[in-house]
Design a binder for this molecule. Structure first.
Ligand SMILES: Nc1ncnc2c1ncn2[C@@H]1O[C@H](COP(=O)(O)OP(=O)(O)OP(=O)(O)O)[C@@H](O)[C@H]1O
Ligand SMILES: [Mg+2]
Length: 469
């Protein structure tokens, strides 16, 4: 394993959390980011720091299979407790107040203390959650506990609810809990509706790509002989600072170095790295090579031109008037694959009035709601017309937009037809940024349908936004 580079601040925050937990001020952490960015690695480092403090470490990993039982990560944690702790202590706990645990851990059946049948599902859930919190607290009193939950983006909803429940009782216990998830996947996941608001509350540690300096440190440790500046640049461009890709790059460089005593050829090695990165991404190298992106004429560009923006891709060139949406889109396009938090984007787009404030307000203002309603009427008409004229592409576009606008209205209005209050600044930023970016894409689509469709596919909007051509 390569020595850890960068991440000093993140690890320091997590280890401070461990010290707090040891002193009886338990806490909850989330680490999130794109695949391969180093979430598991950071938790491994946290686990090592916890062992240094003589803490218990209970590690669980969520499993995406539908064959995994509900509460699978917590079953793993509880089994860890059974293995590590004095069996008598657990039996005593189960006998006195932990009978509900037997419902998820049949191996505890012999430990007496059957829980009375609960009055309904909610009561059963509460009893179980309370028993898990009680057991972890009790174990923590003897020896502080760290619970690590990996891949929460594939957790079941009940597991996320248990995590949400625990956030309260652990505050006064010698228990730290850290969970990690891939943020884009989490948004569409079963656990997302509970996990993401909870994570926002405790402010997740969002791992970003490593800087050029960190990549340089990484290669210095990973290579037998020094890596030249041009090679470093090429590796940085190909891996974009993603540690998983950097590990592959280190392997390619090591192979090239051992094959040739006379030094490595930068272009050959850079090409091999790009290929490995592409394989890991499941895409052909020539579809995503940054080198090609940097030189290719079919790369999409959005450039400020006075009051306007020049949109250019290959032979297509047109101008758009400046709007906040176009500015946001230009920001995403300037850094392909980078995930931007909607709050950061909102803050960058000066005067966007959709983030930064902690006050809550209606998710959509009245004007926006009326505009959306009018848009629904005209889109329905457009859909009928497109179907009448047998124009499937236009119908599909109308349907997609109709779906989006309807979702926005549903989210904003709630069942009673009254404006629902936004839950946080982040939620407002998400909605506002999403609306503005989609407006910009719609305007591009009016100029060039192909480009518009490509953008619909490549641009993701949500709590995190990105452009991945
Ligand atoms: N800061 C770092 N310094 C050195 N190596 C790192 C660093 N971060 C991650 N790595 C290494 O990069 C590889 C990928 O990291 P890791 O498995 O932690 O990613 P992940 O975010 O958990 O990905 P996934 O979402 O796929 O689970 C691992 O081999 C890990 O040891
Ligand atoms: Mg991982």
């Amino acid at each position: 394993m390569h020595p850890l580079v960068g991440r000093r601040q993140e690890l320091a925050a997590l280890t401070r959390g461990l010290d707090d937990a040891v002193s009886g001020r338990g806490n909850l952490w989330f680490v999130c980011g794109e695949p391969g960015i180093g979430k598991s690695r950071l938790l491994e480092e946290m686990a090592a720091a916890a062992s240094d403090r003589d803490m218990h470490v209970f590690w669980a990993r969520c499993w995406s299979s539908s064959r995994a039982p509900a509460l699978w990560p917590w079953i793993q944690v509880l089994r860890g407790v059974l293995r590590a702790e004095d069996r008598e202590l657990v039996a005593e706990f189960v006998g006195q107040r932990g009978g509900a645990l037997q419902r998820v851990l049949p191996e505890l059946a012999g430990d007496g203390g059957r829980a009375a049948e609960p009055a309904g599902e909610a009561a059963a859930e509460f009893e179980l959650f309370d028993a898990v919190a009680g057991l972890l607290t009790e174990v923590g009193e003897r020896r502080p506990v760290l619970v690590l939950l990996e891949d929460l983006h594939v957790a079941d909803l009940t597991s996320a609810r248990l995590l949400e429940f625990l956030a309260g009782p652990i505050r006064g216990a010698r228990v730290a809990v850290a969970g990690m998830y891939r943020n884009l996947e989490a948004e569409a996941s079963d656990a997302g509706p509970v996990l993401l608001p909870l994570a926002r509350e405790v402010r997740p540690i969002h791992l970003t790509r490593l800087t050029r300096g960190a990549v340089s440190d990484f290669l210095r440790h990973a290579s037998a002989s020094p890596v030249s500046a041009p090679l470093l640049d090429a590796v940085f461009a190909a891996t974009r600072g993603n540690p998983l890709f950097m590990c592959e790059a280190a392997r390619v460089i090591a192979e090239a170095q051992s094959a040739s005593a006379r030094g490595v050829d930068v272009e050959t090695v850079a090409g091999a790295v790009r290929e490995r990165v592409a394989e890991l991404n499941g895409r052909p190298a020539d579809e995503q090579s940054p080198k090609r992106a940097a030189t290719s004429s079919d790369e999409l560009r959005l450039e400020r031109d006075g009051e306007y923006w020049l949109v250019a891709r290959g032979p297509v060139r047109f101008r758009l008037s400046d709007t906040k949406g176009v500015r946001l889109l230009a920001r995403l396009i300037a850094e392909p694959d980078r995930e931007f938090h909607a709050l950061d984007l909102a803050a960058e787009g000066r005067g966007l009035d959709c983030g930064g404030s902690t006050t809550t307000g209606p998710i959509l203002d009245d004007d926006a709601r009326d505009q959306y309603r009018q848009r629904v009427v005209s889109l329905k008409a457009e859909l009928v017309e497109a179907e009448t004229w047998n124009d499937p592409a236009r119908a599909e576009r109308a349907r997609t937009e109709l779906e989006f606008v309807t979702q926005q209205l549903k989210g904003a209005i709630g069942l009673g037809g009254r404006g629902r209050q936004g839950t946080s600044a982040s939620e407002r930023a998400r909605v506002s940024v999403q609306r503005r970016i989609r407006d910009a894409i719609r305007r591009i689509e009016q100029q060039d349908a192909d480009l518009g469709r490509q953008l619909v596919r490549a641009v993701r909007t949500g709590t995190y936004c990105s452009y991945s051509p």
